[in-house]
Design a protein around this ligand. Structure first.
Ligand code: A2P
Length: 268
């Protein structure tokens, strides 16, 4: 029904996730995740580097929602020992037997550096799917050349303003689904005049327009909020559609030239 898609390895992934980057471990993270689960989110995106896996796990248990009904993503922080060992630690913090998706946080050390360990984590059953983040098209290609278990997602900063169409098309051609982080531009894009104009005309909010733009493209989208009403609002994107003219207007906001040249390199 447009709320989920099937990854190249056959696993199903809900398109809408709560992202918890920069949400401190503790009550703030726990309540955000609990509110999201109450609002119908079935996908939470965390990371070893976020330091809040324990809160995500606690909120999941407290929510009463069955573990198998929630898609949990976490990420390996390159440079820290080894993905297989770190996956075990993430699972302990989360309090789960496996995650649904385990991602290399960025291509530090090169695009293939962590992959052997990622495949071992997958083989051990610590992760049902494995993927990457912040990879450009050339890095995805380099990894696909050597991978026995290919990555099924690439998580990058993506929005109408960072509409990396060439990267998106390259990934989709290779069976790599694109995940959009910071889909609201960490809040900056909510103030854009054109986004606000479309939202006003549709009786929606700017956040809903930006999130809808992503799901309508089949992207997995990870808006972050710690406010209950915003978390709820951001989930109300499956009861309306953007007309082709509005999608085209939003596409036109891109300032990346469609390529992966402006990909964030947080470790550089
Ligand atoms: P907060 O967490 O205080 O609610 P992104 O997902 O692109 O990283 O954007 C996250 C930022 O956008 C956060 O600062 C978040 O603030 C804010 N935000 C998220 N959803 C909404 C919303 N529906 N309305 C206004 N601001 C929002």
């Amino acid at each position: 029904d447009g709320r989920a898609r099937v990854l190249a390895d056959g696993n199903e992934i809900p398109l809408l996730a709560l992202g918890v980057w920069q949400v401190p471990d503790g009550p703030e993270c726990e309540s955000a995740v609990r509110w999201a689960l109450e609002a119908g989110y079935r996908h939470i995106d965390t990371a070893q580097a976020y330091g809040n896996e324990a809160s995500v796990g606690r909120a999941l248990r407290d929510s009463g929602v069955a573990r198998e009904d929630v898609f949990i993503t976490t990420k390996f922080y390159p440079g820290s020992s080894d993905p297989e060992a770190e996956a075990q630690r993430s699972l302990e913090r989360l309090g789960v037997d496996s995650v649904d998706l385990y991602i290399v946080h960025w291509p530090q050390g090169g695009p293939t550096w962590a992959w052997d360990g990622m495949q071992r984590a997958h083989a051990r059953g610590y992760a049902r799917s494995i993927g990457v983040s912040n990879f450009g098209a050339a890095e995805v290609d380099a990894l696909l050349k050597v991978a026995e278990v290919p990555p099924v997602v690439n998580q990058v900063q993506f929005s109408p303003f960072e509409f990396r169409r060439e990267l998106l098309e390259a990934c989709e051609r290779r069976g790599v689904a694109l995940e959009a982080y910071s889909p609201l531009g960490t809040g900056r894009h909510l103030r854009d005049r054109q986004v606000a104009g479309i939202a006003e005309r549709l009786g929606r909010t700017p956040a809903q327009v930006l999130i809808r733009w992503a799901v309508q493209r089949g992207l997995i989208v990870l808006p972050k909020s710690t406010h209950r009403e915003r978390i709820e609002q951001n989930a109300q994107v499956f009861d309306f559609a953007l007309a082709p003219a509005d999608v085209a207007a939003l596409d036109g906001l891109d300032h990346t030239g469609g390529t992966d040249q402006a990909l964030e390199r947080p470790w550089w």
